[in-house]
Each structure stands twice: as structure tokens, then as C-alpha cells.
Design a protein around this ligand. Structure first.
Ligand code: PRT
Ligand code: MG
Length: 215
């Protein structure tokens, strides 16, 4: 009886719109979950799926851990970059989905400054950046930006940037070079802690299905 109720309750899966969603949709289809519409095209935010009561919510990348921590979604798919920057630990991270791979890197104009002024780093990732330089024992000033990091060294806002790099084309187009590799990034499946208890059979079954199709 409990098992029946559990199976029929369905799951809410939060996925960020944009590139992660595009790579997550084939994986979701591989485990039998197909939304009834294209979450990237539609203005709708909640999608029914082919799997019983399971729903997909399409939200901004940085909001995925929040939805999952607060239980608004049972499961989320988010980049490790977003998870590292998130304050809080209200979720489990059982699998690396190995999609949307890139590297978080320190980049700049390729010249080293030799005065004694403290380095200024522009980034969307202040927490990871502070941690990285603290470990190296280097004092830096971190400037938080929400986009177009590449511009910062060109207009004198910062000496360096910490940003995601995939092909390297964006850095190149702006005359910047990758200088230090900070961490490899892929997207992860995250699970709300209470959901993991309450919907245990359903969620572990889904995790097993994902694990089976990931290389
Ligand atoms: O759109 P919104 O502001 O809501 O969020 P977003 O722009 O962060 O979302 P989106 O769709 O861009 O997806 C972001 C997630 O995709 C990140 O959290 C990463 O986990 C993952 N990802 C993988 C990337 C990249 N690769 C990537 N290359 N996110 C961003 N980039 C950007 C990078 O910031 C830089 O501007 O692409 C540019 C570099 O790419 P290359 O190929 O020129 O090196
Ligand atoms: Mg974007």
C-alpha cells in the first residue's frame, strides 16, 4: 500500500533552462522521462511527462539548488560550478551526469603585473575564487559580476577573471588567455534529503536507471 502511494506520488525534477537542459533531455528520455513540450521554447514553467505523475520544472541554473534544498523539487540537475558556489547543503549529490562539461579557469591578458598592488579578480564565482586563492596563500580582491566577465580585464575593472571555459573561443575572441585550471565541471543530479527518505524506492530506482545509461 505504501509502495503504491509512493509510486503514484510522482517526482518534481528541476532542470536549468539553456545548455544543461538541452543535454539533460536525452538523458531523461533515456530513463523514460519525456516532457510534453519543449521547456526551452515554451513560456510554461511546469511540464507533465510521460512518466506518471513526474513533472519537470524549467528554471534558472542558479535557482536549481534552492528549489531542491527547500523541497520544491525532489530532484535537480545543476552544474558543479553552481553547486560549489551555493551556500547550504540541503541535498545529496549521488551522480555525476557527465553532461555540459567545461573547466573553471583563471584567465587574463597574459602579462604579469609586477607592482605590489593586490590583484583584483572579476567573477560570477566569488566563493570558489576566494577559496582557490586562500589555498595558494595569495591575497586578492574579488569583484562579483553576473555576466560578460571577459570584458573586465579589457576595461581595467580587474586584472584577471575566473570563468568557465569550454572551447576557449570566448577567451580568444577577447584577447585573453587561460592561465590556471581551477576545477573540472560537469552537471550533477541532486536530491532533496527528505525526499530521499519519503520517496526512497522511487528515487533510488531512478538513480539506478541514470547510472545504467551514463558512460
Ligand atoms: O541564462 P542564465 O543566466 O539563467 O544562466 P547561465 O547563463 O548560467 O545558463 P547556461 O544555459 O549558460 O548554463 C550554464 C551552465 O552550463 C553552467 O552552470 C555550467 O555548469 C554549464 N556550462 C558548460 C557552461 C559552459 N559549459 C560554458 N562554456 N556555462 C557557461 N559557459 C560560458 C562561459 O561562461 C563563457 O562565457 O561559455 C563561454 C565559454 O565558452 P567557450 O566554448 O567559448 O570556451
Ligand atoms: Mg545564459
Amino acid at each position: 500500500m505504501d509502495q503504491v502511494r509512493e509510486r503514484s506520488s510522482g517526482l518534481v525534477i528541476a532542470v536549468s533552462k539553456g545548455r544543461i537542459l538541452q543535454e539533460a533531455l536525452p538523458l531523461l528520455a533515456g530513463v523514460g522521462i519525456v516532457p510534453n513540450g519543449d521547456p526551452d521554447e515554451s513560456r510554461k514553467l511546469i511540464f507533465e511527462t510521460t512518466e506518471g505523475q513526474t513533472k519537470i520544472v524549467a528554471i534558472r541554473a542558479v535557482d536549481v539548488p534552492t528549489f531542491v534544498e527547500y523541497g520544491a523539487a525532489d530532484i535537480g540537475i545543476a552544474g558543479k560550478d553552481v553547486l560549489l558556489e551555493y551556500e547550504g547543503d540541503g541535498f545529496y549529490e549521488p551522480i555525476d551526469l557527465k553532461i555540459s562539461a567545461c573547466r573553471l579557469m583563471l584567465a587574463g591578458r597574459g602579462r604579469v603585473r609586477n607592482d605590489s598592488r593586490r590583484l583584483r579578480i572579476a567573477t560570477k564565482y566569488p566563493k570558489v575564487t576566494r577559496h582557490y586563492f586562500a589555498r595558494k596563500g595569495v591575497q586578492v580582491e574579488v569583484v562579483k559580476l553576473y555576466g560578460s566577465m571577459e570584458l573586465a580585464p579589457l576595461v581595467g575593472l580587474a586584472d584577471y577573471i575566473v570563468d568557465l571555459v569550454d572551447t576557449g573561443n570566448t577567451l580568444k575572441a577577447n584577447g585573453l588567455v587561460a592561465m590556471e585550471h581551477i576545477v573540472d565541471i560537469t552537471s550533477r543530479l541532486i536530491v532533496n534529503k527528505a525526499s530521499m527518505k519519503i520517496k526512497h524506492a522511487q528515487i533510488t530506482d531512478l538513480i539506478d536507471r541514470f547510472s545504467a545509461i551514463i558512460g
